[in-house]
Design a protein around this ligand. Structure first.
Ligand SMILES: [Zn+2]
Length: 104
């Protein structure tokens, strides 16, 4: 399980960095004088397009936190809903899975 813990830790750090980058306050408005007009607009569009991805990242981060908690309390690998084994194949593909396929 040590390897899983390490995978989760790395994935979590990566997600947190991505989310931080995404939610970083934009400097548009404070230093807009020196910028070309189109720049702020395209940045705004980029941010809008990034919203679903942001939700996805936050959801995955929550799942990782839950999986880390399950590692600690010894329920890792078992479904949060029914308590059945999640399955090695599924855990390999998604080490942060906290539910079986049926309850995903
Ligand atoms: Zn289940």
């Amino acid at each position: 399980m040590e390897q899983v813990a390490e995978v989760l830790r790395q994935k979590r750090a990566q997600l947190e960095a991505q989310i931080a980058e995404m939610t970083r306050p934009q400097e548009v408005g404070t230093i807009s004088f020196g910028k070309r007009v189109g720049e702020g607009t395209s940045q705004a569009v980029d941010r809008l397009a990034a919203v679903p991805a942001h939700d996805e990242l936050t959801a995955m981060l929550a799942a990782i936190e839950r999986a880390q908690q399950k590692l600690e309390d010894g329920t890792y690998g078992r479904c949060d809903v029914c308590g059945q084994e999640i399955g090695a194949g599924r855990l390999e593909a998604r080490p942060w899975a906290t539910r079986c396929l049926q309850h995903a």
